[in-house]
Design a protein around this ligand. Structure first.
Ligand code: HEM
Length: 399
């Protein structure tokens, strides 16, 4: 590790590749190095500044005027440009108008209305899977459960929507730096998804009453600009599926490896559901990072990062910060870390979190009624995505 002075005290420079496969398989040793390097660290190869400590990330999330999303939240110009006008890449005041359209459909009150239906779907799927005795958590469970629910709620036309999951996963790869192979290979998916949203998800073709219809109606009323319709629909189609699928995989993986925690959970799933989900989200944040651009100098305990710098908020690292969470690598469902960073926070905090948690908690509830123990039967495979943390395969047997 060397030190390069930008302004004021030296900004620690770390030669860490946040996007190679070894790191993506297990990012936690690098995250510790970055946290220990100082309140901020610099990655010279990418020329970006990284916040890996909990306190600094929380501060950035709460101060959008300094840590702006308006110039994009990714690491390359192509995606930052393509994301122009999406909710995630817009600052107030217009952000508030866009956000209101999504909140209309995914607020806790609206999502609660879906409980009975989603729980019934979980019961039916888990019944079938447990009957089989062994299955793959990702392909047989999460893929069968999450995309149909999300697609039905959004109300996109059937034709083409079968590609959404693959496109979304690829777009999380496009989020990476532009000299990165995965990023470059994934670019066509971005183009195809935006073309499909534009040409096929028109007002006439989306399902009446669905989330997408609400967006078209908001544009007709003049609440949002007509050019915001496609970017706002992307706000449902990109982040809604594989993040939730990632969370399901991590939950079962952690419970399979910590049978005492599963036993505790099964004794009282209603009371332990919220803390258990928060602990899974803290341990294995499905979205590992998003970026910001500094609109003014940022002074991190005497280390000054200049305005205009692109800054990476490493949610996955902040959630393992020993300065904030004691014994952070230990999975403990009684910890109750409700202040975790996995859904971000501040004005861009995830609006879909209630929907995601309803789906995952329905599955866990159904499993708790039927399964005493999980056993991982073969080597799980991770997706090794530039942004998300998820499994590609997770074969298990249930007892
Ligand atoms: C486990 C599942 C999920 C995780 C871990 C997750 C994580 C996140 C994170 C970390 C952010 C903050 C981005 C930032 O600060 O730049 C975010 C924002 C967002 N999420 Fe999620 N998300 C999940 C599920 C969903 C779902 C189901 C939807 C849609 C139905 C959704 C829609 C969005 C949107 C539209 C934003 C941008 C909000 C804004 O900029 O105001 N997410 N999500």
């Amino acid at each position: 590790m060397t030190a390069s002075a930008l302004e004021g005290r030296a900004l620690p420079a770390c030669n860490i590749d946040l996007f190679d496969d070894t790191h993506l398989e297990n990012p936690y040793p690098n995250y510790k190095l970055l946290r220990d390097a100082g309140p901020v660290a610099h990655l010279p190869d990418l020329n970006i500044t990284v916040l890996a400590r909990y306190k600094a990330i929380r501060y950035a999330l709460d101060n959008w005027q300094t840590f702006s999303s308006g110039d994009g939240v990714s690491l390359n110009d192509l995606l930052n440009k393509a994301w122009t006008g999406t909710l995630i890449a817009t600052d107030p005041p217009y952000h508030s108008a866009l956000r209101a359209v999504l909140n209309e459909r995914v607020s806790p009150r609206q999502i609660r209305k879906l409980t009975e239906d989603i729980e019934a779907k979980a019961e039916q799927l888990v019944d079938e899977l447990v009957e089989r005795g062994s299955f793959d958590v990702i392909t047989d469970c999460a893929y069968q459960f999450v995309p149909p629910i999300i697609l039905d709620l959004i109300g996109f036309p059937k034709e083409g929507s079968e590609n959404l999951l693959a496109w979304a996963e690829q777009i999380f790869n496009v989020n990476g730096p532009d000299n990165n192979k995965k990023m470059q290979e994934a670019v066509p998916s971005l183009t195809k998804m935006f073309e499909w949203l534009e040409k096929d998800c028109t007002k006439e073709r989306v399902k009446p009453g669905g989330f997408a219809a609400t967006i078209h109606e908001a544009a007709e009323r003049g609440d949002i600009r007509p050019e915001s319709v496609v970017p706002l629909m992307a706000g449902y189609s990109i982040p809604g599926t594989d993040t939730t699928i990632g969370l399901i995989g991590s939950a079962i993986y952690l419970f399979a490896n910590n049978p005492d925690q599963w036993q505790r959970f099964c004794e009282n799933p209603d009371e332990l559901m919220r803390p258990a989900l928060a602990e899974v989200l803290r341990m294995e944040s499905p979205v590992q990072w998003f970026a910001r651009v500094l609109k003014q100098d940022y002074d991190a305990d005497g280390v000054v990062v200049p305005a205009g710098s692109r800054v990476l908020l490493l949610f996955g690292a902040g959630n393992r910060d020993e300065r904030h969470f004691s014994n952070p690598d230990h999975f403990d469902i009684s910890r109750n870390p409700m202040d975790h960073l996995a859904f971000g926070g501040g004005i861009h905090g995830c609006p879909g979190q209630h929907l995601a948690q309803l789906q995952v908690s329905s599955l866990l509830k159904a499993l708790a009624r039927r399964v005493k123990r999980f056993e991982i039967t073969d080597m799980p495979r991770r997706t090794l995505n530039n942004t998300t943390r998820a499994f590609f395969n997770l074969p298990i047997a249930v007892f």
